[in-house]
Design a protein around this ligand. Sequence first.
Ligand code: B12
Ligand code: SF4
Length: 616
Amino acid sequence: MELPRRPRGDELLAPGALRSLIDSLRRPARRHDLTTVIACAFDHRTRMLPFVIADKKMAPAGVRAIGSAMLEAGFTKTRIVLQQWNPRFRPSQMRLDGRVPDVFMVSSMQIHTAEAKALIRDACRIDPAHRPLIIAGGAKAIYEPWDLFSLDPADPWGADVVVTGEEYVLLSLLEVLCSLRAGNEPLRSTFTRARNSGMIDEIPGLVYPITDGRAVVQELVDTGIQRLLGDLDELPSPEGGYMILEPPSREPTLGSRPIRASLVGHHTPIASLVLTFGCKFACPYCPIPAYNQRQHRVKSGERIAEEMHLLYTRFGIRRMFGADDNFFNEKNRTLSILETLAKYRCDGVRLRKRIRWGTEVTVHDTLKLRDHLRLARDAGIRALWLGVEDLTATLVKKGQNVAGTLEAFQLLTERGICPMPMMMHYDDQPLYTRGRPNGLLNQARMLRKAGAVSLQVLMMTPATGSKSYAEAFNSGMVYESVDGRKVETYMLDANYVVASRHPKPWRKQLNILAAYMYFYNPLRFAIALIVPRSRLYLADAGMQVVGMLGLMQTLRRTFGWAMRLRRGRIRRRTGPPASTIPMRSVNGEAASHALPGTPLPILDHAPHREYARARG
Ligand code: B12
Ligand code: SF4
């Protein structure tokens, strides 16, 4: 089920709204002198192909963006902790500026939910008199905010509020809290007063609980779908987020200071950078178009060039990855960015001599830009990840076909840009087909011949917030458990076969392994050293090494699952996971972030605010 769309014409914030909010917060922020810790949840069980380097060597943009926004708004005592680097971090033991922080934030993807919950639960152990205000956000929170609260009356942990939106939503909440906070009042008490007086109901993009006297959640109130930032040039500079990263450690506590600027590039040698958001396609398994309210949001070329330059000079980062959904989405906007980057000089030297970057695009749009791929290279692009999914378009049609895809790959290779295919394996796709291009291995072979230096093969798995999500569950495709082992959230990364109608699903699991083994192996590594597929010498051989290392992890983690699929009984789900906690909008109607089957609270007897007050 997709996120609902705001009324037409009301999807975006007014131009300048984010900047003026940031400006107006600076003075109150200084006065309140709040301390904040932002944790990025990471489940180490998800470490395998195809993300084995990017998951640890690229500090995630979400927490950095929130950190940058906090700094620019004047909340200078803020620290970012990545569980990727600080696996033993315990919020109950954190101190910043010598005190328990006023705010504790958790960011999580769906697959890291177990760790996000553990962080929140641990933060809830802090003595209530000092307990920070707990705010959750990120991709998990956007689609399943209700899952960040305990259902167990004997163990009632949970976030105080979930942000289902971006920087503007968080800063709007803090603006209300700063305007209401009396003296040194704990921020949680301020929040409770704001919530009970209905002051935060006006901020779309929040979900907050109403609890009973024992802190057990009775219902969740959803303030609706956020308005999105349209002009990404308004975003805070990415510099701030990098300045407040906690150094890697195995301690449960925080260090006395963040990573020194000179060491940032050592710990995170790849920078993910927001360039554009949104995609014009409407693949039924993808939540991105609906999340973006069918809008395409961009940064200007000048701003992108300045940010790349800044990250290079300040932190020595030379490799960047655009956090785009489809960078080539709109031809004219793309060309404008590329032309600016191609002309830009870093201290007298062309940007492309300093920075190498890559991002995600589609085959369709690559072909539309076929005459401009040299410009793309001049702009510093060295690798493009293409959502090929299935070459024959049997799974989904988004303008790709065998000839077109191979042509796009060849064009990119000729221009010195590495094409990185992202494929999706599905029930009807065989491992190998004789004389036809349908098989997974056939396609891997064709892509390799056409210049692919890396390969991503994921199993078609229902994504929260996508059109086909609920149907996949309702039709009994999604597994509950296999051979007695429950499907856990960390297994929803599409590396595990957890949704299939295939009579022998273990074959699907082994097919993925076979495709990786075909692509990454010692023989290919040796050939890559002699006849590299890429104009960047060693890029091909380097990817082979990374691929083989990642493959060992993938084998170790998923082979046992294949065996379970082979021998065990499969129990299937009968419906999508939905909140069992009643959810409603501020007016008592169905909540925007509730899935079908979510109960509505019974509210007839009292208007909302009275009700909230009565419930404390
Ligand atoms: C770059 C990227 C990656 C990189 C990133 C790694 C890294 N370390 O940074 C790589 C390639 C490794 C990757 C891998 C995967 N990814 Co990915 N990825 C993206 C992508 C394209 C950009 C992410 C990004 O940097 N965005 C920019 C930042 C600024 O946005 P953001 O993270 O959403 O944060 C904003 C808000 O969410 C919010 N926010 C975030 N945290 C918090 C916290 C608080 C407290 C608050 C208030 C707000 C808040 O404010 C932020 C600023 O606006 C997104 C799609 C997208 N366009 O966002 C998918 C996305 C994050 N990936 C997704 C998935 C599913 C995966 C994989 C599981 C693979 C797969 N099956 O597709 C793996 C997981 C790997 C792992 N072990 O973690 C999903 C997550 C879905 C979900 N519900 O969790 C996304 C959303 C794509 C989608 N399907 O919609 N990914
Ligand atoms: S092309 Fe990619 S980003 Fe666009 S809707 Fe399809 S899967 Fe999503």
